[in-house]
Design a binder for this molecule. Structure first.
Ligand code: ZN
Length: 139
């Protein structure tokens, strides 16, 4: 069995944002030489998500509006977590809602997606460098 590991660092200039990272993951699959296997993509931080959905600007706006409606960033006093002196209580919860990681099958050397599936990095407490792990296993 072959394995491959790579990390990417993202520095989203705003507090929240979504980034389509599919081309980077596709490059990893190509570099790995793995034809049949599994590909895990996960953020290495607890205020960010990796998820799969459609790359459609209206939908990404809807995710942002939904999350901010559910767990608004302010008032900061809404969150006991912020008593630690941090201000990212909302970001931890947004990450739980959007999920931690994705696993995609690799078939014939390619990510075996359904229609319109794309891999996104979801940032909920940005403006600092954060890493995403890509790990592949297979042969
Ligand atoms: Zn925190």
């Amino acid at each position: 069995m072959r394995s491959y590991r790579k990390t990417f660092t993202f520095n989203i200039p705003s507090r929240r944002g979504f980034l389509n990272i599919t081309p980077m993951v596709e490059e990893c699959v190509k570099d790995s030489g793995i034809r049949e296997g599994l590909c895990l993509v996960s953020p290495m931080h607890i205020t960010a998500s990796v998820f799969i959905n459609d790359d459609e600007p209206g939908l990404l706006h809807d995710f942002e509006a939904f999350l901010e409606g559910l767990v608004p960033h302010e008032p900061l006093s809404n969150y006991q977590h912020n008593r630690t002196g941090e201000d990212n209580g909302d970001a931890h919860i947004k990450r739980q809602v959007m999920g931690r990681e994705v696993v995609v099958a690799i078939t014939n050397g390619k990510l075996d997606f359904g229609p319109w599936e794309q891999i996104f990095y979801g940032e909920f407490d940005g403006r600092r460098p954060k890493r995403v792990l890509v790990k592949l296993i297979g042969e």
